[in-house]
Ligand binder design. Structure first.
Ligand SMILES: *Cc1c(COP(=O)(O)O)cnc(C)c1O
Length: 490
């Protein structure tokens, strides 16, 4: 099996090479030339490690011993037996993806990616260390740090905006252990940090560096594929509990930002899982909702800061992969992506929009509706959810109400409510303690009688290891200096 670019302008590459590259050389994203098929028994295996390893092997056949790799990647990080449990909440089922080390769904993929990358480098004979450079608005940075920590042949450096992340998010990052991790605050906001990191990538292009620069964002196929697995597990759990019969369709409501998670659901469907509709849940940055309804993708609008920051996105990178899978024509995809870059907008041909409609449905909710949803789901169904997951509940309900379609629906829960205690307390009618995240955490525990995840409560007691901060113009020299040190490492 080989991988092709969604923009069609580069030679096919081996699977391991696709993981190393991340982005295709022509600026497109990489996908297998033909999606692998797996027998239903393999997709629906109960054992998380065996099932995940089976899916990874189907996509990366040239990487050996994926069972061992998968076990190593997840051992001790997720609850054994059910990494991603499915629980009942009123009219819906909830697939909890936040049981990992940083209490956000990104843990599932970012636990596997570093190990896949290390193995892919071995397959391709790449000796240079990989230097992961990431700017974060909060969640990705911590999940990436936790995933790459102490993985041989890798080093990770995370920049976060000083004052731009919550107290708990900051504590998650500055207490990060690991021999190969660096964290620095950057003066300014997230856009400042992000543009400074992009400038480093530009400045390093073409230079002979002692390490390969890479980023941990979700354009890497090695980050997408490990997400297929939990759709399969949720389906199997519903069958086992008698909620559905084998073969019956199930809808999934997915809180969406960069379109990675929901695309993994689409890949699961393409591989044979009986998925009905994928309900795309957005917040006030509802570019995707508009796109699904009209076929026009228009990013020409201001980015709004919301209570669901991981969905505050105007350009959903992984949508490009969906367009490629629907249109099966890289020239059209390339044209649309060029229009997006140059004019900020493109229009999908009507035939393709109808195909899209067969698989996807979208809606969005603002912060007010998200808070109301958190409160209602807690009062009526006794389930506590975070603001991202609330958008998923909202979409599931709106879809059911507007279409009358009673098909069993699974809401993906993408973060622990205890990661956003101020918003959740507000939703429950409390006045959160001003600015002290840890007091808010305890107040939410007291209010609900639910325990906060230990990885969050323990932060208050951990030593701060990374307290340095940089001005924007100091970032490039700092990174170059760090890279030079790689020369002297074994
Ligand atoms: C990243 C994230 C999302 C969005 O997932 P995408 O794959 O980017 O669409 C939703 N919720 C939470 C909590 C996240 O961290």
């Amino acid at each position: 099996m080989r991988y092709l670019s969604t923009r069609g302008r580069c030679a096919p590459v081996e699977p391991a090479r696709a993981v190393i590259l991340g982005l295709a050389p022509d600026g497109g994203l990489l996908l297998p030339e033909k999606l692998p098929a797996l027998p239903p028994e393999a997709l629906l295996r109960k054992d998380d490690i065996a099932r995940t390893a089976g899916i990874l092997s189907a996509f990366f056949p040239d990487i050996p011993n994926l069972a061992g790799l998968t076990a190593r990647a997840y051992a001790g990080k997720f609850p054994a037996g059910a990494m991603t449990p499915t629980v009942e909440a009123g009219e819906f089922e909830v697939l909890e993806l936040f049981r990992g080390p940083t209490s956000a769904f990104k843990d599932v993929a970012l636990s596997a990616l570093p190990h896949l990358l290390a193995a892919a480098k071995k397959v391709c004979g790449e000796k240079k260390p990989t230097y992961i450079l990431t700017a974060t608005s909060g969640d990705t940075g911590k999940a990436a740090l936790e995933g790459f920590r102490d993985v041989p042949g890798t080093r990770i450096c995370v920049f976060y905006p000083q004052g731009g992340v919550s107290q708990i998010q900051r504590a998650q990052m500055v207490t990060q252990p690991g021999e190969n991790v660096t964290v620095r605050a950057v003066e300014g906001n997230f856009d400042d940090a992000q543009s400074a990191v992009k400038a480093v990538f530009r400045a390093c292009r073409g230079r002979a560096l002692p390490a390969e620069l890479s980023s941990a964002n979700s354009i890497n196929i090695g980050r997408l594929v490990p997400q297929i697995t939990y759709y399969c597990r949720a389906y199997r759990d519903l069958v086992d509990r008698g909620r559905i019969k084998m073969g019956e369709k199930v809808h999934f409501a997915v809180p969406t930002g960069n379109f990675g998670d929901i695309l993994a659901g689409f890949l699961a469907k393409k591989m044979g899982l009986p998925v009905g509709k994928l309900l795309c849940a957005s917040n006030a940055n509802h570019v995707l909702t508009d796109f699904l309804r009209t076929g026009v993708y228009d990013r020409r609008r201001p980015l709004q800061k919301t209570l669901s920051p991981s969905m505050d996105i105007l350009v959903s990178s992984n949508l490009e992969r969906l367009l490629y899978l629907l249109l099966e024509d890289p020239e059209i995809v390339r044209g649309m992506m060029e229009q997006l870059e140059e004019q900020g907008v493109y229009t999908l041909p009507e035939a393709a929009r109808r195909m899209l409609e067969a698989h996807f449905w979208g809606t969005w909710c603002g912060d007010g509706d998200a808070l109301a949803e958190i409160g209602r789901v807690w009062r009526e169904w006794g389930y506590l959810c975070d603001p991202h997951t609330a958008a998923g509940f909202y979409a599931a309900e709106q879809y059911r109400r507007q279409t009358g379609d009673q098909t069993e629906t699974v809401v993906l829960a993408t973060a622990s409510p205890f990661k956003f205690p101020a918003a959740v307390l507000t939703a429950l009618g409390e006045k959160p303690e001003e600015a002290d995240g840890f007091r808010q955490l305890r107040a939410l525990e007291a209010r609900t009688g639910l325990p906060a995840p230990e990885n969050l409560t323990i932060l208050e007691t951990l030593p701060e290891r990374h307290t340095g901060s940089l001005r924007r113009e100091e970032i490039l020299p700092f990174v170059l200096d760090q890279l030079e040190k790689e020369r002297n490492l074994p």
